[in-house]
Design a protein around this ligand. Structure first.
Ligand code: FE
Length: 173
């Protein structure tokens, strides 16, 4: 009787362990919706250097991926004032609305405001200057710099390479 009770107890213990383990491994193997969320990744576009070289022209690669600058007063959007959206030349991320573009006279397209979350700011101390570099928040391509000498309402001047952008005109209604 005593032996039977021990066997019975042991049996229950073994079954409990098996059930617990199978549930536990199921939990582990399931995609955890929080931990494995790719929400952060879905808004970004990462490419290898070789991939960028394939899809960009030499000049685009020099500016977007090597942080180059186009010559002043040469860019196609410097004197461009149509209504629409300026988008990233690397990934088509919406960057600047035409309504925020103004004539700064600096030789590059200038905007007083970027679309929310569209760009990232990074300190840039190259060439002996203290500037703030602007990159695309989605593909990290170099766009230009932002300065504090812009007009109202922000006082900012986003000085952006034409090469870094494409233009999407507003649809005529
Ligand atoms: Fe981009």
């Amino acid at each position: 009787m005593k032996f039977n009770k021990q066997v019975w107890t042991l049996g229950i213990a073994v079954i409990s362990i098996i059930v617990f383990n199978s549930n536990y491994s199921q939990v582990l193997s399931n995609e955890n919706p929080v931990l494995n969320s790719d929400n952060n990744e879905s808004n970004t576009m990462k490419k290898t250097d070789a991939e960028w070289k394939q899809i960009l022209s030499q000049e685009e690669y020099r500016i977007l991926r090597s942080k180059g600058t186009e010559r002043a007063f040469t860019g196609e959007f410097d004197g461009h004032f149509e209504e629409g959206m300026y988008i990233c030349a690397g990934c088509a991320n919406n960057l600047f609305e035409s309504g925020t573009k103004y004539r700064s006279g600096c030789g590059w397209p200038a905007f007083y405001e970027a679309l929310p979350e569209s760009v990232e700011e990074t300190k840039d101390n190259t060439f002996g200057m203290n500037r703030i570099e602007i990159t695309c928040s989605k593909c990290e391509s170099h766009l230009g710099h932002v300065f504090n000498d812009g007009p109202d309402p922000t006082g900012l001047r986003y000085c952006i390479n034409s090469v870094s952008m494409d233009f999407k005109p507003d649809e005529k209604k």
